[in-house]
Design a protein around this ligand. Sequence first.
Ligand SMILES: Nc1ncnc2c1ncn2[C@@H]1O[C@H](COP(=O)(O)OP(=O)(O)O)[C@@H](O)[C@H]1O
Ligand SMILES: [Mg+2]
Length: 317
Amino acid sequence: MPSPASALAIDAREVAKTFRSGWLRPRETAALRGATLAVPRGAIVGLLGPNGAGKTTFLSILATLLIPDRGTVRVLGLDVVRDSMALRRRLNMASGRPSFLWSLRVAEIVAFYGRLYGLSGAALRARVDALIEQYELTPYRRVPYSELSTGLKQRVALAKSLVNDPELLFLDEPTLGLDPDVSMRVRAHIAALRRERGVTILLTTHYMREAEELCDEVAFIKAGRILDAGTPDELKRRIGLGDVIALRLEPAAPAWLAEAPGVLRCASADGWTKCTVDDAEKRLPDLLRQLFAEGVTVRNVRVREPELEEVFVELAR
Ligand SMILES: Nc1ncnc2c1ncn2[C@@H]1O[C@H](COP(=O)(O)OP(=O)(O)O)[C@@H](O)[C@H]1O
Ligand SMILES: [Mg+2]
C-alpha cells in the first residue's frame, strides 16, 4: 500500500548516477540506472544486493554526499540537492569500513564531529560521554583509533553518527567483517535506536539473514536498479515461495496429498515427501489430521520456511 508523501522519510524516484573516470582511456560506470525507493518514517529498511550493485552510491546520494545525474530525491520532505545544508543537520551516516585519523583517541573522534555540528563546552562533553557510555566504549575512550579492533571501530562509527541526534540514519554495511556475536550486538544497538529514539534507518547489507532479522522492509538492488521491495513475507508470497513440509510417511504418500488445500507442490524422494504449502502453520494441522484418519503413520515432520536469499535468486534471474 503506498504511503502518503508526508509519511515518507525517503522518496527517491528514477535515480541515475554514472561515474566517469580515467583520462587517457576514459571509462564510464553506470552505478545507478533509475533506482526508485520509498522509506516510511520510523522504519528500518534494508538495501540488499551483491557487491557493486550500487548500494553505497545510492546511500551517498540520499545522504547529500553525491549529486545524482537524474531523478528526484526527497528526504525528510526536502530536496537532496537544493536543501542539502538544511538536511545535513538532520541526518547522519556511518560506514562499516570507517576511517578516522589513526592517532585520534575514541573520545576525541566523537568530540571532533560534535564540534562540526556546533556543540561546545559542557554540552559537547555531556554528548560525548553519553554516546561513549551507550556504545560501551568507556574503557577505550583514551585508546588511539588505530589500536581498536574492527568491532570497536564500527561502534565508534555508530557513536559518531549519533552526535547530532539525527532523525534519519544511513548505515553502510554496519556489520561488515564482524564475528557473529559482535555483529549481534551491533544489530541490537541498531534496533534500540529505532525503538528508543524513533530514528528512521536505511542500512545496506549483503547478509539476507541480517535484513530478515532487523528490517521491516527490504529492497533488492542489482546493477543499479531496485528489483522489488516489501516486507520479507510479502516478497516471499509475491515470488510464490512457500513453506516446505517434509514428511516421512508409512505407507507411501496418498495421492490426495498433492491436491489438498494450500498445497502448491508435492514430491517424494529418499523416503521423504516434500509438500510446498502457502502457510505451514495454517495447513499442517489439517494435513496431519487427515493422514492419521486414513491410518497413515507419520514417522517424522520437518518444516522449513523459505529464506530471503531464495527470493533474491528468483528476482535476479
Ligand atoms: N567514485 C567512483 N568512481 C568510479 N566508479 C565508482 C565509484 N564509486 C563506485 N563506482 C562503481 O559503481 C558501481 C557501484 O558501486 P557501489 O555503489 O560502491 O556498489 P556497492 O556498494 O553495492 O558495492 C561499481 O561498479 C563501482 O565500481
Ligand atoms: Mg558498498
